[in-house]
Ligand binder design. Structure first.
Ligand code: G3P
Length: 222
């Protein structure tokens, strides 16, 4: 499963990209608004940091304006993926943009049927929102599993991008459920890399090394 970061914060994206694990970035209007910067500039900056799919979302809800906005956004950089909401007009716009070879990520997906329709409209990615389903007492990971099963059964090529991830367990479970990608917030990446036994083990290795150095410096010299 590939890792994307779900963020529009340049410093956060740079930090996680420096770990060498990122295959892409997703943004949404809420994340971009939080940064208080020019949308186009932010997206172009992100494209310079991460060499992979960079999702940028339209804010129109009418088919024609979604198409125009999507075409404009796609011109900002070759790696831009246009993000559209899973509504009827979003499906129509997805079909047109996909026919123009523009990659589309269909967002705000909450059911298998929505995912199937996104795939039929030519989407490169479909983004089921795991956390927001959990919020309303429905199992978000179960949805990832179901979509993965159905896509596999029907040889659907659209990639499942597990979104609205809130904790490290969501990441592991998304991978087990068959998501191709998980888009993960900065804080969750920080949690994922942490393990108390790693810290304890490293502390012990270094202490043993330093002890040995004090006793027989010539033996352990590097
Ligand atoms: O990728 C979608 C994500 O940004 C939404 O996350 O936590 O607002 O449900 P959340």
């Amino acid at each position: 499963m590939k890792f994307f970061i779900d963020s529009a914060n340049i410093e956060h994206i740079k930090e996680i990209a420096s770990w060498g694990i990122l295959s892409g970035v997703t943004t949404n209007p809420s994340l971009v608004a939080k940064e208080g910067k020019d949308f186009k500039q932010v997206v172009q900056q992100i494209c310079e940091i991460v060499d992979g799919s960079i999702s940028a979302e339209v804010i129109s809800t009418e088919t024609e304006s979604m198409i125009e906005e999507g075409k404009e956004i796609s011109r900002w950089h070759k790696n831009v993926t246009v993000k559209l909401p899973t509504i009827p007009n979003g499906l129509s716009a997805c079909r047109v943009l996909s026919n123009h070879n523009i990659k589309v990520n269909m967002t705000l997906c909450f059911s298998v049927n929505q995912a199937l329709m996104c795939a039929s409209a030519g989407a490169s990615y479909v983004s089921p929102f795991v956390g927001r389903l959990d919020d309303i007492n429905q199992n978000g990971i179960e949805l990832i599993k179901e979509i993965a099963e159905v896509f596999h059964l029907h040889n659907v090529k659209t990639e499942i991008l597990s979104a609205s991830i809130r904790n490290p367990l969501h990441v592991t479970e998304s991978a087990k459920a068959g998501a191709h990608i998980a888009t993960i917030p900065y804080q969750v990446f920080k949690q994922m890399v942490q393990h108390p036994l790693t810290d304890k083990g490293l502390e012990r290795f270094l202490a043993d090394w330093n002890d040995a150095m004090l006793k027989k410096p010539s033996v352990v010299k590097v």
